[in-house]
Ligand binder design. Structure first.
Ligand code: ADP
Ligand code: MG
Length: 326
């Protein structure tokens, strides 16, 4: 029996993980109504995942439900915002109840972990596309921006880099999902947004960003916005054993530095906060690694273990792209 749009929303998407007491009105009216506490401001971020572009058509729908929320919560984390609410626009080729049940389960699990309530959305028919807007709360003026890094600041990254990129690379080279290491696959399909760290960094970091397009590109955004440069040491970049092996065999440093989907945080802060970062890393049980330092001279320099400068094989392509766009 085909579900009507109303029944579909009712069954799978009504106020997932509610009620929060700051939600005046959730799913079911023309708009949702929420209360923003005095002294707080809203942080809003939206991302679309399109089949064939951002995920494979045969992706586990439960993992997709997790990921669509995780990528937006990662943006909130990078801003230092506390997740509160979400709205979801779904474009579906057909109504597949098993798929919807799994998708909404994956979504609800992560939402409940961070206390996020789904308060509205839109549902249409078409090529599978999932758009999520996440709404977070920040004390007025405390947002962690990309601008603000200064020469002398230390540069840190969380977790390890290149795991999701390696899983994707193996899949694109023809490995079936079942043959890809399950830890790597989890890193691609179920990123863990660094929300607690983002909150803790509000009063510490001079700049922050989440790494969604690779460290080079995303640290590059901090440097651009802050009007400075940086030097990082490749032998400090945190790598899993699998990624280290891939780097040393055929993938090269492009894998951890330029592949997407890490959803780790990159941030900068003055050296006086070093001890605090070490304590945070311990308390949150999250590796946080110092990889380099902000410098006055613009550009990003990557130092190899032997002291030589590493040159990306992609840099020519990057150049071409910016040329083409202007
Ligand atoms: P409208 O015609 O006013 O846009 P809709 O029929 O699109 O209303 O949606 C009805 C209600 O269901 C609204 O409150 C909307 O926010 C909610 N809604 C629709 N689709 C979703 C969804 N995928 N997830 C959560 N809420 C949804
Ligand atoms: Mg609508």
């Amino acid at each position: 029996v085909a579900l009507s749009e109303f029944e579909l929303i009712q069954q799978y998407f009504t106020d997932l993980n509610g009620p929060r007491d700051d939600v005046v009105l959730g799913v079911g009216d023309d708009c949702a109504l929420v209360r923003v506490p005095d002294g707080m401001q809203l942080a809003l971020t939206i991302d679309s995942l399109v089949v064939g572009v951002h995920f494979f058509a045969d992706v586990d729908p439960e993992a997709l439900g997790h990921k669509v929320l995780a990528v937006s919560l990662s943006d909130l984390a990078a801003m230092g915002a506390e997740p509160a609410w979400a709205t979801l626009a779904l474009t579906l080729p057909q109504v597949d109840t098993a798929w919807l049940a799994a998708f909404s389960r994956g979504f609800a699990q992560l939402a409940s972990h961070f206390g996020v309530q789904l308060i509205g959305g839109d549902t249409t028919r078409g090529p599978l596309t999932i758009t999520l807007q996440a709404h977070g709360l920040l004390p007025v003026g405390q947002g962690l921006r990309r601008a603000g890094a200064a020469a002398g600041d230390l540069i840190y990254v969380t977790g390890s880099l290149g795991d999701a990129g390696l899983a994707l690379r193996q899949r694109l080279q023809g490995s079936p999902w079942q043959t890809i290491d399950s830890r790597l696959r989890m890193r691609l399909e179920r990123p863990e947004p660094r929300v607690e760290l983002g909150l803790a960094l509000r009063e510490l970091a001079s700049a922050a960003i989440d790494i969604s397009d690779g460290l080079m590109a995303d640290l590059g955004h901090i440097l651009q916005a802050s009007g400075c440069g940086a030097c990082i040491q490749l032998d400090r970049i945190p790598l899993s054993d699998q990624v280290r092996t891939a780097v040393e065999s055929s993938a090269g440093w492009e894998l951890p530095l330029s592949s997407g989907d890490d959803y780790e945080l990159c941030f900068t802060l003055p050296p006086m906060h070093q001890q605090t970062v070490a304590r945070l890393s311990e308390n949150l049980d999250l590796p946080i690694t110092r990889i380099g330092q902000i410098e006055v001279a613009s550009g990003l320099r990557c130092l190899q273990a032997d002291g030589g400068l590493w040159q990306s094989a992609n840099s020519g392509y990057e150049h071409f792209r910016s040329h083409e766009q202007t």
